[in-house]
Design a protein around this ligand. Structure first.
Ligand SMILES: Nc1ccn([C@@H]2O[C@H](COP(=O)(O)OP(=O)(O)OP(=O)(O)O)[C@@H](O)[C@H]2O)c(=O)n1
Ligand SMILES: C[C@](O)(CO)[C@H](O)COP(=O)(O)O
Length: 232
């Protein structure tokens, strides 16, 4: 059986927590849109053969232009997403033809080549995998009135990132089942878990942030600049 690997990069969100007029995935980082930085990592990865980019309806044309301008020839489709991340991923999955799929947030430009490789290798071994980091803070469960309910043992808590890797056929079944049941998850793995797919956690890096709120942009500028300086 072929072990071809594709990526679905989701970038159809509105970025309400960032609060900028321009959607955060199109803000410039060292002169280049964040989404292009993200796509370039997957373009460079030797395992990835095709990329489906999911974006807002009004952004499809400019994204296709960038794919050409930045020579992102692995981008086989730029398609319109849905109202929730889960819908956007589902729409993207339908355009992929590979055996394996890595789902990744368009606003996580700092994922590293070796992290993508590790994520894929663990999925091959276990069935599916997610990149993650152990939580550094103490986490409390709190009720709606602000009263602490419990303090879970931090040693078993991980902050989950992307990419998340699955067999495409299995993930499609999980997505269809979630849609039938009206289940809405905040990541792809939660849909796989409820379908009984075993998921491995792969330790990644704290730098692989999801650019979400304005203070993340300072970190992003700093990180991008220092990585650029190391490469030159
Ligand atoms: N309907 C949606 C919602 C989110 N995303 C994508 O999913 C990733 C992670 O989502 P998040 O950071 O929450 O982005 P937004 O939904 O844009 O942010 P917010 O919740 O602040 O509006 C982003 O790359 C975002 O573009 C998507 O493709 N389709
Ligand atoms: C998938 C994800 O990036 C894992 O951390 C995250 O759950 C997406 O969160 P969102 O803010 O609900 O889009």
């Amino acid at each position: 059986m072929s072990n071809s690997v594709g990526a679905v990069i989701v970038a159809a969100g509105r970025g309400t927590r960032m609060g900028t007029v321009e959607s955060k995935q199109y803000l410039l980082l060292q002169g280049k849109p964040i989404i292009v930085h993200t796509l370039e990592v997957f373009q460079r990865h030797p395992l990835i053969s095709e990329i489906v980019l999911v974006t807002g309806k009004e952004d499809v044309d400019r994204c296709r232009e960038w794919a050409k301008a930045y020579r992102l020839d692995k981008v086989v489709s730029v398609v319109t997403g849905g109202s929730e991340r889960q819908h956007s991923v589902h729409l993207g999955l339908r355009h992929l033809k590979t055996t394996w799929v890595m789902v990744h947030d368009g606003v996580r430009p700092f994922v590293q080549i070796n992290e993508i490789t590790a994520c894929y290798e663990h999925a091959r071994e276990i069935g599916a995998s997610v990149l993650a980091v152990p939580v550094k803070d103490t986490i409390k469960q709190v009720d709606k009135d602000g009263k602490v309910l419990s303090t879970p043992d931090r040693r078993s808590l991980w902050a989950i990132q992307t990419p998340q890797t699955f067999r495409l056929s299995e993930l499609l079944v999980a997505y269809e089942s979630a849609e039938r049941d009206g289940f809405l998850g905040t990541d792809d793995s939660s849909l796989a878990e409820r379908s009984g797919i075993p998921v491995a956690v792969v330790e990644g890096s704290y730098a692989n942030i999801k650019i979400t709120t304005p203070e993340d942009l300072d970190f992003a500028e700093f990180t991008q600049r220092s990585r650029g300086e190391v490469q030159t």
